[in-house]
Design a protein around this ligand. Structure first.
Ligand code: MN
Length: 367
C-alpha cells in the first residue's frame, strides 16, 4: 500500500524532508541565476556598519523618509533593495537581534518583490575564523551572552552563586568568562557558527545594483578585476573552510588589501588626487559608475558628507553605533539620484541619555 505511506508519521517526515531539499535546491538555483548583479531597481537603501546597534538600526528603518519597517517591525519597503554594508557584529550589544531581524526581513522583502543584501564585513569574518577575542573591545558582554546557549549561561550563573552567594552581582563572572575563559569563548564560537555561521557565509561580499557596487571595505585594483560572482563564491568558500577547520589558510578574508578590509578608497589621509586614478581604474574594471563602502568610519565629523571623488565613492559608515559622535545615516538611491539621509545620533542603545542630549540638535536633519 505504498500510496498510503505519506499519511504515516515517517512518510510525512520523509515527504517534508524531500520538499525541504527541493526548496533548497530551487533557492540555490535561483540565487545562481540572479547572481550579484541587479538592474532596474527603483529604490535602494544602504545602511552602514551597525556594530550591534539594534535600536538605532530599527530607528533608521522606521524613519518616515527611509520607510522600510512599520511599527510592528514588518517590511513595508515594497520592491526596495536594502543593503547592509557588513559589520553587524562587535562593539555594541545587539548583533544577534539584528541578525534575527535581517533573517526574517530577507523572506518578507522577497515576497514583496524587494531584497535584503546583508554583505559580509571583516567582523563577520573574524568571528567565523574564531578570532574575535584577539580584537580588544570587540566582543561586549551583552553580545557574548547573547551567543551562548541558555543552559550554559544558567549553569555558569548557578555555579558562581553557589560560591559568591545567592544575591551576588554577576558582572565579575561575565567579565571573567568573556575576557579570559577559553572554554566559554569556544562555546560562544560554536553557538555562533552553528546558528549563524552557514547563513552568514552564504551571503554576498559585493553586489552591483543599477551600476553601483556595494562592498564592506573597498576595492583595490587587483580585486576589482575579479567577476563579482567569483569573488563572492571565493569568500563564502573561505568562510566555510575556516568553520570546518580546513588546513589551507584563508587568503581573501584576511587580506588587508582585500574587499573586507581595504581602506584606501575612504582614507582621508590619502588625497583624492592620489587616489582618483586608482578609483577610476577600479570603476572601469567593475563596470560601475560608483562604489558604496563602509568599514572606515566618518563618525565624529558631525556632518553628513558621504561623497568622495565627485560622487563616485560613497562612504556610509556614519558611526551608527558611536553613541556621541555618530550619525544615524543611510544612503537612499532613487530616480537615479544619491540622497544621503541622516540625523544626529541622539538615540542610544545604552543608557547615556544625559550626555547624549547635551549634544543638542535632537532630530536635526542632516541631509
Ligand atoms: Mn569593518
Amino acid at each position: 500500500m505504498r500510496h498510503t505511506e505519506p499519511t504515516t508519521g515517517s512518510g510525512r517526515r520523509a515527504a517534508s524532508a524531500l520538499i525541504a531539499l527541493f526548496a533548497a535546491a530551487v533557492s540555490l538555483l535561483s540565487a545562481a541565476q540572479r547572481g550579484p548583479i541587479f538592474t532596474g531597481v527603483d529604490r535602494v537603501v544602504a545602511v552602514g556598519d551597525l556594530h550591534g546597534a539594534y535600536d538605532n538600526f530599527v530607528a533608521i528603518l522606521q524613519d518616515t523618509k527611509v520607510k522600510i519597517l512599520d511599527d510592528g517591525l514588518r517590511w513595508i519597503g515594497g520592491k526596495t533593495h536594502l543593503v547592509q554594508i557588513g559589520d553587524v557584529l562587535d562593539r555594541g550589544p545587539g548583533a544577534r537581534k539584528i541578525f534575527d531581524l535581517i533573517r526574517r526581513l530577507e523572506g518578507e522583502a522577497e515576497v514583496a518583490g524587494g531584497r535584503v543584501h546583508m554583505l559580509i564585513g571583516n567582523h563577520e569574518a573574524i568571528a567565523l575564523m574564531g578570532l574575535s577575542f584577539d580584537y580588544e573591545g570587540a566582543v561586549t558582554v551583552e553580545q557574548f551572552q547573547s551567543f551562548l546557549p541558555e543552559r550554559y549561561r544558567t549553569e555558569k550563573e548557578a555555579e558562581f552563586r553557589r560560591r559568591a552567594g545567592p544575591d551576588a552581582d554577576l558582572s565579575p563572572l561575565w567579565d571573567q568568562l568573556a575576557r579570559t575563559d577559553l572554554g566559554a569563548q569556544s562555546t560562544y564560537f560554536e553557538f555562533l557558527r552553528e546558528h549563524y555561521g552557514r547563513w552568514i557565509a552564504d551571503h554576498e561580499t559585493a553586489v552591483k545594483i543599477n551600476g553601483v557596487v556595494f562592498v564592506h571595505g573597498g576595492f583595490n585594483e587587483e580585486y576589482s578585476r575579479w567577476p563579482l560572482e567569483r569573488l563572492n563564491r571565493a569568500v563564502s568558500m573561505e568562510l566555510l573552510g575556516v568553520m570546518m577547520n580546513r588546513p589551507d589558510p584563508p587568503r581573501i578574508i584576511f587580506d588587508t588589501r582585500g574587499p573586507l578590509w581595504y581602506r584606501d578608497d575612504a582614507d582621508s589621509n590619502k588625497s583624492e588626487e592620489i587616489m582618483a586614478g586608482e578609483i577610476g581604474r577600479v570603476l572601469i574594471n567593475l563596470e560601475a559608475k560608483a562604489l558604496v563602502i563602509g568599514h572606515t568610519s566618518s563618525a565624529g565629523s558631525r556632518t553628513l558628507n558621504l561623497s568622495r571623488f565627485g560622487d563616485r565613492v560613497w562612504t556610509i559608515d556614519t558611526g551608527i553605533w558611536e553613541p556621541f559622535s555618530g550619525i544615524l545615516g543611510a544612503l537612499i538611491i532613487e530616480d537615479g539620484l544619491f540622497k544621503p539621509w541622516g540625523r544626529e545620533n541622539e538615540r542610544q542603545d545604552m543608557d547615556r541619555r544625559g550626555r547624549g542630549l547635551s549634544m543638542g540638535g535632537a532630530g536635526a536633519g542632516l541631509r
